[in-house]
Ligand binder design. Structure first.
Ligand code: GRG
Length: 291
């Protein structure tokens, strides 16, 4: 899995390098800032899942790669904005100073905006497929990153700071803030392979459970790992009085929930048989990850 992940990271990085406007394009500041955050060293999990879902449905990597890069651009935008002083106010991301620390707040906001917009430019590169037209692809990205998912999660997360949060509300935050984009990454990979409706449904189920498991694990790592290992400020959730699985149900129960969700994600892959080997491996890898 390690070798596979490094190879896929390289592939995604190479494609992003080609797709993103060069740092010499005017105005240089914004393109430098976009590239700074994109190439700061993310794990590329969303694009890797997109590519793996495509392959699981018999698709080709070159066809899926613009969508894989599009989800990474949206993800990176969300990190830049999440780190802003008006949001989580963080100094460290992907092991380096956050965008606003390097470029100032105005350029960081604009770099996030530009990456979000660029994601749709990338998505417009795909031709569409017999079962999924370009408008379905655009809608998938727009809905996942809009006010009913990614932004919904962020809003409720911010509004919940310092308050007592129920488990269903916490689940809503995590499903919106994290699982929606992760799940869409997988769905987009499947769409690019012209997946059958049954395949798309099974991969959507996989993505939902995996996405929620991913955020539960992220919550656990925030209290069990160092900032150095994570490449972002550890213990931030406790300081900001964030609603997290460990703070609400405890560390041990959180680990149990992450395991159960991962098992559910494996179960959703059953109809694919051996074609889903990589996706099974990725689910196990995410459960065992330490950063
Ligand atoms: C619109 C102003 C404005 C802000 C939007 C939507 C949003 C801000 C923030 C999204 C919330 C967010 C950052 C969720 C956390 C998801 C998460 C666990 C991120 C870390 O993902 P990894 O571990 O990171 O895959 P790398 O760096 O490896 O890509």
């Amino acid at each position: 899995m390690k070798v596979y992940l490094v190879a896929r990271q390289k592939m995604v990085d190479g494609a992003l390098e080609v797709f993103l406007p060069k740092a010499t394009v005017k105005p240089k500041t914004i393109h430098k800032a976009m590239r700074y955050s994109i190439f700061a060293g993310g794990k590329r999990l969303r694009p890797i899942l997109c590519l793996a879902a495509s392959e699981c449905c018999g698709g080709e990597l070159e066809v899926a790669i613009p969508l894989a890069c599009a989800v990474e651009c949206i993800h990176t935008y969300s990190l830049i904005h999440d780190d802003l002083p008006c949001m989580d106010n963080d100094d460290l991301r992907r092991g380096v100073p956050t965008s606003h620390k390097v470029f100032g707040e105005a350029v960081a906001v604009l770099a996030g905006d530009a990456l979000l917009t660029f994601a749709f430019e990338l998505a417009a590169k795909v031709p569409g497929w017999p079962r999924y037209h370009l408008r379905d692809v655009i809608r998938e990205l727009a809905v996942a990153s809009g006010s009913r998912h990614l932004i919904a999660g962020q809003v409720v997360d911010l509004e919940s700071e310092g308050k007592k949060v129920s488990v269903p509300l916490l689940r809503f935050i995590h499903e919106s803030k994290t699982a929606a984009l992760l799940s869409s990454s997988i769905r987009l990979g499947a769409m690019s392979a012209n997946a059958t409706p049954a395949q798309l449904k099974n991969l959507s189920d996989f993505g939902r459970s995996l996405g929620l498991a991913f955020q539960v694990i992220d919550d656990i790592l925030d209290v069990t790992q160092t900032s150095e290992t994570l490449g972002k400020s550890a213990g931030k959730d406790v300081t900001a009085e964030k609603a997290t699985y460990p703070s609400i149900v405890g560390l041990e129960r959180s680990r149990g929930i992450a395991r159960r969700l991962t098992n559910e994600s494996h179960a959703a892959l059953k109809p694919f048989g051996r074609k889903a080997e990589i996706l099974h491996g990725l689910a196990d890898h995410l459960l065992a990850r330490e950063y």
